[in-house]
Design a protein around this ligand. Sequence first.
Ligand SMILES: [Zn+2]
Length: 151
Amino acid sequence: MSFSTLSPIPMAEDVRAACDDCEWTGLAETCSDIRNPSQRLNAGSEVPAGECPVCGCLAYVEKPDEPAKREEVSHAGLPPDPDGQNDDRADWAESALVTFRDKTGTDKDDALCDLIADLLHWCDRYGYDFDNELKRGRGHYWAETQEGGGW
Ligand SMILES: [Zn+2]
């Protein structure tokens, strides 16, 4: 028995936890003991389920009333994220695609391509130059993925 670890609080078997840092979610019982809890936990804050088995950061029990975590997103090989907002940006795009799929019934594999095609129709009707907007969008993306920020 070591005093430098804190055993995860006992859980029902099907309780799920999510990592605070990476995209890991899984059964709370698969979390590891928390190392150096006195340095990592603040009095009064939520007690973690344990350490994330993937990255070792703290994982917390998922609240049943929280919306389901979005589909597993791989962070491997992602470009730099200097302002830490690129996950949010991807989420905003995901919201647009979800809405588009709701409206059209397009399946997941075709949704992006169909949305782009429909944006071309939209540009015809509202006087935008799609290629120019694409160029501007790529410029924003470029700036948002440079080490240290490209702005
Ligand atoms: Zn993690």
